[in-house]
Design a protein around this ligand. Structure first.
Ligand SMILES: Nc1nc2c(ncn2[C@@H]2O[C@H](COP(=O)(O)OP(=O)(O)OP(=O)(O)O)[C@@H](O)[C@H]2O)c(=O)[nH]1
Ligand SMILES: [Mg+2]
Ligand SMILES: [Zn+2]
Length: 386
């Protein structure tokens, strides 16, 4: 999943690590891991400055650089060589930049390889991926304890989370709206095996202590979920001040108003980095076969004991998965979601194979290049709105 275009890989440990790495970028998570990814000293890219993408707007990025906040865009060469939307920087990425002398503006020339990236299929009709956030350590999957509560949706987020390389954590918000939140724990744990589940209420200031293990200085935590579940409220609560705008939800169906419209990364007083994201109407999966197998590892393990190797767990004799449902160990809704998301991913994989085949068939390298470019959406920066 490592994106292009990158500087040449560093063949040996950087002989001249920059001892001046400013406290600015260290506060934003710069450490020895990133330092080791800098180009070697004889590389032209060595003169570039590292910076972290802290916000993404319609036509520009906001970066934290060694000398403070800069507005930035990618260089023409970067845009030309990027083959996929996910090759472009996203919030949380580390990039190599050229600061404009005397200005708080930079040009982005390269992307450092990501440690993790959460992807989805972009909203709208174009069949392309979108990076929700990069270099995330903990991914908080939020669901509110009102009409928003939906374990099937949590399962869907977990597929993308496991695929991303970040560690998922389920956060059930607005615990004050539920008489007995603990009664839901078993249901959520069944849908999220092995994933920590926490109940919080920003309104009543309850549950913050459970989140402290994730709040390590330099750790990056992204908060995802539907609109109106209280993601921005949660971050303001953790920050102890109003950093993000929040607004009420629709009374009739508890749906949010898509208040947050861009991704943003900021530092909490304790030193952890948090990323707010716009609420999603539905998380459309993107190329997450491994994440899917991980999210449904319990079903995959049961399926190994089905009589037929190609068992579809529909009505076959000797189906261990259906037996687990009869025995009450597995919920029928979970199996249905396993099949549904599996079909979605298979359908997408077929489409990808077809489009790869088309590319192969294109007559000349020049034609291939121009078709790649013309298939790219023109708005890499702002396809947040669902
Ligand atoms: N009862 C209750 N309401 C809450 C809590 N947290 C947030 N809310 C309310 O939920 C509504 C939506 O909160 P936001 O923080 O704007 O939601 P969001 O998830 O950031 O929404 P988007 O930015 O649209 O994705 C606001 O009216 C909040 O006051 C809580 O713990 N309990
Ligand atoms: Mg918000
Ligand atoms: Zn079976």
């Amino acid at each position: 999943m490592n994106p292009n275009p990158n500087p040449k890989p560093n063949p040996k440990p950087n002989p001249n690590p920059n001892p001046q790495a400013s406290t600015n970028i260290k506060k934003y998570g710069w450490n020895a891991h990133w330092e080791a990814l800098l180009p070697p000293s004889d590389d032209n890219a060595r003169g570039l400055s590292p910076a972290r993408v802290i916000a993404q707007h319609s036509h520009s990025y906001q970066l934290m650089t060694e000398s403070g906040e800069h507005t930035a865009s990618v260089s023409g060469k970067y845009a030309y060589t990027a083959a996929h939307p996910s090759d472009f920087p996203a919030v949380g990425d580390w990039v190599l930049t050229e600061p404009m002398p005397g200005e708080s503006r930079s040009v982005i020339h390269a992307l450092l390889p990501r440690r993790s990236a959460m992807l989805r299929r972009a909203a709208g009709n174009i069949d392309v991926e979108q990076v929700i956030g990069a270099n995330i350590d903990y991914l908080f999957i939020t669901s509110a304890l009102n009409q928003d509560f939906n374990v099937r949706r949590i399962e869907r987020y977990l597929i993308a989370a496991w695929e991303s390389g970040a560690t998922p954590v389920v956060l059930l918000t607005k615990a004050d709206l539920c008489e007995d939140p603990e009664s839901l724990r078993a249901q959520v744990e069944h849908a999220a095996p092995g994933v920590p589940v926490h109940f919080v209420s920003a309104l009543l200031d309850q549950g913050m202590e459970q989140l402290s293990p994730y709040m390590r200085p330099g750790a990056t935590i992204a908060v995802t979920g539907s609109s109106g579940v209280g993601k921005s409220t949660l971050l303001n609560w953790l920050a102890g001040e109003s950093r993000m705008t929040t607004s009420g939800i629709r009374e009739s169906d508890a749906r949010g108003r898509h208040t947050t419209t861009h991704r943003e990364l900021f530092v909490l007083p304790g030193g952890a980095l948090v990323m707010d994201t716009p609420g999603m109407r539905e998380l459309q999966l993107w190329d997450s076969q491994e994440g899917w197998q991980h999210a449904f590892a319990d079903i995959e393990a049961l399926a190994a004991n089905c009589r037929y190797r190609d068992c579809r767990h529909e009505a076959e004799a000797g189906c261990a998965v259906l037996e687990a449902i009869s025995g009450g160990e597995l919920e029928a809704g979970r199996l249905a979601n396993y099949k549904k998301t599996g079909r979605e991913l298979a359908h997408q994989a077929r489409k990808e194979t077809r489009s790869a085949g088309k590319q192969q068939a294109s007559k000349s390298a020049k034609a291939a290049k121009s078709s790649t470019r013309s298939s790219k959406p023109s708005r890499y920066y702002a396809d947040d709105l669902d």
